[in-house]
Design a protein around this ligand. Structure first.
Ligand SMILES: Cc1cc2nc3c(=O)[nH]c(=O)nc-3n(C[C@H](O)[C@H](O)[C@H](O)COP(=O)(O)OP(=O)(O)OC[C@H]3O[C@@H](n4cnc5c(N)ncnc54)[C@H](O)[C@@H]3O)c2cc1C
Length: 400
């Protein structure tokens, strides 16, 4: 059979775009179907959100040629400081102690998106944009995709379709793959602040009775803030004048960084844990947020998505070398199996962090505090956590 493409990727976001780049130099014909034109995507205010990237994610972005340009605009995380408002427990980790230049990095989504778009424009990957998937039929030989591109309807065939179309995935809906959803009833307020003192590139995670508060370094005296709140409280905070909001933020965070001043507008992201019931189907595989959408508390969503990319790219490259069918179901199920443990672990970790740290019920608060104190003094445990934060619990697949 003649296929229009070997691999069609639906969604040219950070995950879909990275996969396209990972496969760009192979013999595979790659097409990316993206609904939103590049200039609109890059200009979107959601691009302001700062992403904490594990050291392992920077390695993956390096393999796809994105990190080389993005690193200049990213800030290193040299220390991590975890604390609990109103309690003594603290946990500190440092890059120096781990013998690495950085525990991770912070980059805005826009910085990474710009770099992905630039690399794609220089690659042989075909961008089909703006176009949306409206129909899908997967059979044992090929997957047939119907698109709407402007007023036109287009039909394409491929050996493999990769759904990287985000948390509201159309592909997942068309395939009637169910999902489990946990609505935390929380909203993340995202903004940036200038600080009175330099935090020496420390990332702060502070647990407050209403939810976690993260300060991520973007420059010496500038921090990106992700403040998780109950949905109703978030609405109130979002409606406040800047000065009142800053006062509330300062009292929740404290004076670790001196006096803080609001430096950008506030944005709201409702928080849910969404997990698709299957990762693979006939000639279709789900990656990134299309498969799993996490609470940003532990900064794991993109990190997990990039590990999906790296594993899938490595397995596809190996399969190609043996001249075997890259869309065959048993192969895709092997990929799903290979990703299962990492996915389960990250979801468990993120979900329990949200639940344990979103309570001021005294026994739980005391127990978590004792845990922070104990962990800070227990070097092997701390090292394990630092390795986890760096994304080193996982082997980094090689596909280049
Ligand atoms: C406030 C906040 C803070 C976060 N902080 C972190 C962090 O510190 N670290 C971290 O690792 N992660 C973090 N995340 C998570 C991270 O942003 C996401 O996991 C990541 O951006 C998901 O990328 P994606 O490419 O899978 O999905 P998306 O970014 O949603 O991309 C999907 C793409 O598919 C396109 N699309 C959708 N439907 C169609 C269709 N029918 N046809 C064609 N194209 C379509 C969309 O236009 C889009 O370009 C955070 C998230 C939030 C909300």
């Amino acid at each position: 059979m003649n296929y229009d493409y070997d691999v069609l990727i639906v969604g040219g976001g950070l995950v879909g775009g990275s996969l396209a780049l990972a496969l760009a130099d192979t013999a595979l014909r790659i097409g990316v179907i993206e609904a939103v034109p590049e200039d609109k995507r890059i200009a979107s205010s959601a691009g302001d959100r700062a992403l904490a990237l594990a050291w392992g994610s920077a390695q993956i972005l390096g393999q796809v040629g994105v990190w080389q340009g993005a690193e200049k605009k990213a800030a290193p995380i040299r220390h991590i400081h975890v604390s609990d408002q109103g309690y003594f427990g603290k946990l500190r980790m440092s890059a120096e102690r781990e013998g690495v230049p950085a525990l991770g990095y912070v980059a805005t989504a826009r910085t990474l998106e710009e770099e992905v778009a630039l690399r794609l424009s220089q690659s042989p990957v075909t961008m089909i944009c703006p176009a949306s998937v409206i129909g899908l039929k997967a059979g044992s030989e090929a997957v047939h995709v119907s698109l709407r591109e402007g007023n036109e309807s287009i039909n394409l065939t491929a050996r493999l379709l990769v759904a990287a179309d985000g948390g509201n995935s159309t592909v997942r809906k068309l395939l009637e793959i169910g999902q489990s959803i946990r609505d935390y009833g929380q909203t993340a307020i995202v903004t940036e602040v200038n600080t009175g003192k330099s935090g020496d590139f420390t990332a702060y995670e502070r647990f407050t009775p209403v939810g976690p508060l993260a300060f991520l370094p973007v420059a010496k005296k500038r921090y990106s803030v992700v403040w998780t709140q109950k949905a109703d409280d978030a609405a109130e905070l979002l409606a406040m004048p800047d000065s009142a909001f800053t006062d509330r933020l300062q009292s929740a965070f404290g004076y670790w960084l001196g006096k803080i001043a609001l430096a950008s507008r506030r944005q709201a992201f409702p928080l849910k844990l969404i997990r698709a019931e299957r990762m693979a189907d006939e000639r279709v595989v789900l990656i990134g947020n299309a498969m799993h959408q996490l609470h940003p508390v532990a900064g794991q969503g993109l990190n997990l998505g990039l590990r999906d990319v790296a594993m899938l790219a490595e397995m596809l490259v190996a399969r190609l070398a043996f001249g075997e069918d890259i869309g065959e179901r048993t192969f895709l199920e092997r990929y799903a199996q290979a990703r299962q443990a990492d996915l389960d672990r990250v979801i468990r970790f993120t979900d329990s962090t949200v639940r344990i740290f979103s309570t001021d019920f005294a026994p739980v608060a005391l127990a978590r505090n004792a845990g922070l104190l104990a962990l800070d003094r227990f070097l092997p445990g701390k090292r394990l956590l630092a390795q986890y934060a760096m994304g080193l619990g996982n082997r980094i697949p090689r596909f280049g």
